[in-house]
Write a protein that binds this ligand. Structure first.
Ligand code: MCN
Length: 829
């Protein structure tokens, strides 16, 4: 039975022929998942399997004086206990960091899976306990006695840069990891000539990935080979990196990502525990499993964001923007994971947003602190840049006394100006920013809203609207573009696909992408289905296994469709070409006279002379006498695709909130989004991705924050303290799309997996400020918790708002815009 709701009809806009592309097919992978038949790491039980628990540092910064493992070794069920010293000889290298930008010195400390000598953040692993059951391993871990000599810690990146701050790595003599800058145009001149200048300090606080399934790995050693099953977004990269860390040839390591229950970037990593289970499985000759607890996820899966940007925009009095500068302080945490110091840099391709700045200066100062490293969390660098550009554009509009949407429209890059090169040399592929905003305002009646807002204010309801007109860069990445940025010296970002049609006419597609919730089993099958003339239900997409199919770079950076999907299109088209040759030979026609239309291969102009893919594939595998000998048997092709450019999705969002000025509580009451990710492969999947992305951004704007106290203790170690939004906190989003094809790939597609997350935080932030605009509050740092909003209202100058619009009493608490910054509430850092 087909999974499609409506039968395929005619040609698709993308040149496919079965009509599967563009349809909202139900996700093939879901029935298995929602009926409990998924296969996640924690479902895996291998014969003789041991469980690993990790003993972690309770101190943020300390020297390791001694570790006593005797009591733990004697505990029931415990098979072995190892410290960092015990395993010191196992490592050919530590966890690597792969960014090496030319001309930039990055301080990179040794990063071994188990620490020796010192610990640098709460949760740093110092010993492992192997036992027959998970409970016994955890009980054993409690019995390991570590004597740690605590040292002063530093958690605030601005303080970490001050003279006399405790040093995370004394050997470097500074906490500054590096300084990186991209400048295009002359910002100094723009500033000198500016008629209007606004500057804003913008904090993008630390957040966690928090997928439903925590991280986990199982390793099994056989002979001189090992198989690692891991909840990872990047199985091929994991094998590549682990091979270096363990000094094992890649062909002896197989990495399999089974079903992965979300990642949001937190599984785009190679973690200490993945290396440890391999080493221990080999050493003990038994399979070893590790699954992190939720608290371990909070302390030891990488975090995201944690940047402070000082942003300056310059403009003429008529609202023409001229220059944009962002001085970014990026808290990297205590070590570097794969891309840690690079993450903030990812904001630079979209530093000027949708606007025609003549000069852009974007620079990043990286800083070590005694915290878990940051790395890519959904959006990675682009949500931060989008937040500060959009919020600062609003501030500029206030300064100019201009409507914020009018200011945007005045400075949008025009539809006819693409491809558009920014001052930083980035080429935006295509766009129609006015079109997206027009459509948003068709769906959301702003005039009616302003009337309603005024009426509600009379009733004591403080309602506000905020807009975000956003552009992002994704489709990571053209290898030749990331090379000069320093990532390509260690990695590339093309993608692979292998397409095999079986003798009976079903097909298997092998992809180097590694989905973990994005529905690629379905959308990839739609792309192949149109090009092969096969129902997607008969196409099995295999991913996440380094021993099946060619090398691939995984799923992140909203790249799977525009890079991996394009590779599938290309491999499928190669198969289609060969199928046409087979068909032509059997139907006694020329290959160029064969067309694939309405799901069959037929002779142009003679629709009666046709063959199905099943008939063709049967002939390709069991060649009849009529088939010429120069046609090789089989029907299987491989493609490697390295894009020429990134792709640049965009859109316009509007968020409507109510602020309860008595309690400071913010409620999102409505949300409108228009997004453009090129022609839809599967509109329903796009909608799901946008919904999830917006929810993620609302989470960051209003609720979520990883908080360390001044001593470096993690305050938000569980979901009791780390507040994730649920459906109850969110309205029903009103989504819509425009379709502007990208010239970069043949599908015309752009990414959407991070779009909502990149777009939505400024819409929420601007809505909060709009709701309380009469109060004199001009700025509050995210997250807009009730306490922060309430405190801002109570410290604001100007005609403060109260119930029924009455003037608030003057508490004399200071100046406008001072957000709370107490460590307990996580302010600032
Ligand atoms: N799509 C489409 N038509 C388009 C554009 C996209 O049908 N024109 C579909 C694609 O075919 C795919 C999905 O949208 O099924 C997302 O595609 P893409 O934008 O290429 O993103 P990726 O598949 O590379 O996913 C990565 C992205 C990232 S970076 C994070 S983080 C993220 C996300 O996707 N994490 C997720 N979405 C997530 N969704 C879930 N459920 N769980 C996560 O952890």
């Amino acid at each position: 039975m087909s999974v499609i709701d409506t039968p395929p009809s005619g040609n698709t806009p993308n040149g496919g022929t079965g009509g599967f592309v563009g349809q909202s097919l139900k996700r093939k992978e879901d029935p298995r998942m929602i009926t409990g038949r998924g296969n996640y790491i924690d479902d895996m039980v291998l014969p003789g399997m041991l469980h690993m628990a990790v003993v972690r540092s309770p101190e943020a910064h300390a020297d390791i004086v001694s570790i006593d493992t005797e009591e733990a070794k004697a505990a029931p069920g415990v098979v072995a206990v190892f410290t960092g010293e015990d395993l010191a000889g196992e490592w050919a290298g530590g966890i690597p960091m792969v960014w090496d930008p030319p001309g930039v010195e990055i301080k990179a400390p040794e990063h071994l899976p188990l620490k020796r000598g010192a610990v640098k953040h709460v949760g740093d692993p110092i010993a492992v306990v192997l036992a027959e059951s998970k409970g016994q391993a955890m009980d054993g871990a409690d019995l390991v006695i570590a004597e740690l000599d605590a040292k002063p810690a530093v958690v605030d990146p601005e303080k970490a840069l001050e003279e006399g701050s405790p040093l995370v790595w004394e050997e470097f003599g500074t906490n500054q990891t590096h300084f990186w800058q991209a400048e295009g145009g002359d910002f100094a001149a723009a500033k000198a000539e500016a008629e209007v200048t606004v500057t804003q300090r913008v904090v993008n606080h630390r957040i966690a990935g928090a997928p439903i399934e925590p991280r986990g790995s199982v390793a099994e050693a056989r002979g001189d080979s090992v198989t690692l099953y891991s909840a990872t977004q990047v199985p091929h990269i994991a094998r590549f990196v682990l091979s270096g860390m363990l000094g094992m040839p890649e062909d002896k390591i197989r990495v399999v990502a089974p079903d992965v229950g979300g990642g949001f970037g937190a599984k785009l990593q190679v973690y200490a525990e993945e290396a440890l289970v391999i080493v221990l499985a080999k050493r003990l000759n038994r399979p070893v499993k590790y699954v992190e607890t939720r608290s371990e996820h909070m302390s030891n899966s990488h975090h995201g964001r944690d940047q402070i940007a000082t942003v300056t925009l310059t403009a003429k009095k008529d609202g023409t923007v001229t220059g944009c500068q962002a001085n970014v302080i990026a808290d990297t945490g205590a070590y570097h994971q794969l891309l840690t110091p690079f993450i903030a840099t990812l904001g630079f391709p979209v530093a000027g947003g949708c606007y025609k700045f003549q000069a852009i200066d974007f620079n990043v100062t990286g800083v070590f602190t005694n915290k878990m490293p940051i790395d890519a969390i959904r959006g990675a660098g682009r949500p931060e840049a989008t937040y500060w550009i959009e919020m600062t554009m609003d501030k500029l509009a206030r300064e100019l006394d201009m409507d914020p949407l009018e200011l945007r429209r005045k400075n949008f890059i025009g539809k006819d100006e693409f491809p558009y090169e920014t001052p930083l040399g980035i080429v935006y592929d295509s766009g129609d920013y006015h079109g997206a905003l027009d459509k948003l305002l068709e769906n959301f009646d702003l005039d009616a809203f302003r009337k309603e807002q005024a009426e509600l204010k009379g009733e004591g309801i403080h309602r506000g609207v905020g807009f975000s007109t956003w552009v992002e860069v994704c489709g990571l990445a053209p290898s030749r573009a990331v090379g000069p940025q320093g990532v390509g010296l260690q990695a590339a970002f093309w993608e692979s696909a292998m397409v095999r049609v079986h003798p009976s006419g079903s097909a298997t597609v092998y992809s180097g992408s590694s989905p973990h919730g994005q529905g690629l089993d379905t959308s990839f099958a739609q792309i192949a289905g149109d090009r092969l003339g096969i129902d997607p239900e008969l196409i099995h997409v295999i991913h996440g296994d380094t021993d099946s199919g060619p090398f691939g770079w995984g799923t992140y950076g909203s790249r799977s469709l525009s890079v991996g999907g394009e590779a599938i299109a290309k491999a499928s088209e190669k198969v289609q070409d060969k199928a046409k040759k087979v068909c032509a030979a059997l139907l006694e026609a020329a290959p160029e006279d064969i067309e694939l239309a309405d799901g069959v291969f037929r002779v142009k102009g003679s629709p009666d002379k046709s063959m199905t893919m099943a008939e063709i594939s049967g002939a390709a595998h069991i060649p009849p006498q009529e088939l010429p000998a120069d046609i090789e048997p089989g029907l299987e092709e491989t493609s490697f695709y390295d894009p020429e450019n990134f792709v640049f999705p965009f859109g316009a969002h509007a968020c409507i909130v109510d602020v309860d000025i008595e309690t400071g509580k913010v409620k999102v009451v409505d949300y409108y989004a228009v997004d453009d990710c090129g022609p839809a492969i599967n509109p329903m999947i796009i909608e799901g991705q946008i919904h999830g992305g917006i929810a993620h951004a609302i989470g960051q704007a209003l609720y979520e924050q990883v908080v360390y106290d001044e001593e470096g203790q993690l305050v938000t170690g569980t979901f009791v303290d780390y507040a994730l939004p649920t459906a109850a906190e969110l309205p029903s989003f009103k989504t819509d799309r425009t379709e502007t094809p990208s010239p970069v790939n043949s599908l015309g597609v752009k990414g959407v997996g991070e779009a909502g997350t990149i777009a939505a935080t400024p819409a929420v932030g601007a809505a909060v400020l709009d709701a309380i605009k009469d109060s004199g509050v001009e700025w509050i740092d995210m997250p807009f918790t009730p306490l922060r909003v309430w405190e801002a209202l109570h410290t604001a100058e100007g005609p403060a708002v109260t119930e029924q619009g009455k003037q608030m009493p003057d508490h004399g608490h200071g100046s406008a815009g001072a957000g709370p910054t107490s460590p307990a509430e996580g302010g600032g850092a």
